[in-house]
Design a binder for this molecule. Structure first.
Ligand code: SAH
Length: 212
């Protein structure tokens, strides 16, 4: 049953324009059911976002695929991810790059995600609890940066941690309740910003929760 749902999801992603075979293969390899709580198991391979703990969400597979494809990863890339959440996007990234540094502001979410990385034997993920809006200065610069929570405007502190030649994808508020995935490409001469698609993410929140 899961295999059939998985095949349907991957086919659906192809039909929606995800053509990067490496991205499709990575999403076929990462067991999404491992990242989804028991009550939602029957929808683990559906193309929808689902609730996770702490009032957060695991992103819709199509959005994960589109953002990952837009990053144009290769196996030399050092990647920063803001908003680990369930760890699903992290696990997809880990298939496609050298190392992923991921930051989550809820300690409990991060602990659960880390247990999944261990179960999947992902050895190229480094994670920490923190306010990801400040990035990870000790590890900067990064070849790629992905933000999976929506910022009110382009996150300048993160752009500053992007290597020359680097790419960042991030959802940014455009109007009330509406967000757009922006792709920011850094070159010698400055940064270029493109708008990719309309999305709906949980907000990027500064600081840590009181119990983190
Ligand atoms: N990529 C995740 C999506 C999780 S939702 C997945 O596939 O499951 C976005 C996550 O960003 C939430 O877990 C939220 O707690 C986290 N977040 C929001 N603001 C943050 C911040 N400033 N620093 C780190 N994480 C943040």
């Amino acid at each position: 049953m899961q295999d059939q749902r998985k095949a349907e999801l991957i086919l659906g992603l192809r039909n929606q324009g995800i053509r990067d075979m490496k991205v499709l293969e990575a999403m076929e390899r990462v067991p999404r059911d491992l990242f989804v709580a028991e009550p939602f198991q029957n929808r683990a391979w559906a193309d929808t976002a689902l609730p996770i703990a702490c009032g957060q969400t695991i992103s819709q597979p199509y959005v994960v695929a589109a953002m990952t494809q837009a990053l144009d990863l290769n196996d030399r890339c050092k990647v920063l991810e803001i908003g680990t959440g369930s760890g699903y996007q992290t696990a997809v990234l880990a298939q496609l790059c050298r190392r992923v540094y991921t930051i989550e502001r809820y300690r409990s979410l991060l602990r659960e995600a880390e247990a999944r990385f261990a179960a999947l034997k992902l050895t190229n993920v480094t994670s920490m609890v923190g306010d990801g809006s400040k990035g990870w200065p000790m590890q900067a610069p990064f070849d790629r940066i992905i933000v999976t929570a929506a910022a009110p405007e382009l996150p300048q502190a993160l752009i500053a941690q992007l290597a020359v030649g680097g790419v960042m994808v991030a959802p940014v508020d455009v109007a009330q309740g509406d967000q757009e995935i922006k792709r920011i490409t850094r070159s010698d001469s400055g940064v270029r910003v493109e708008s990719l698609m309309r999305v709906r993410f949980v907000p990027l929140v500064e600081g840590l929760p009181r119990d983190a």
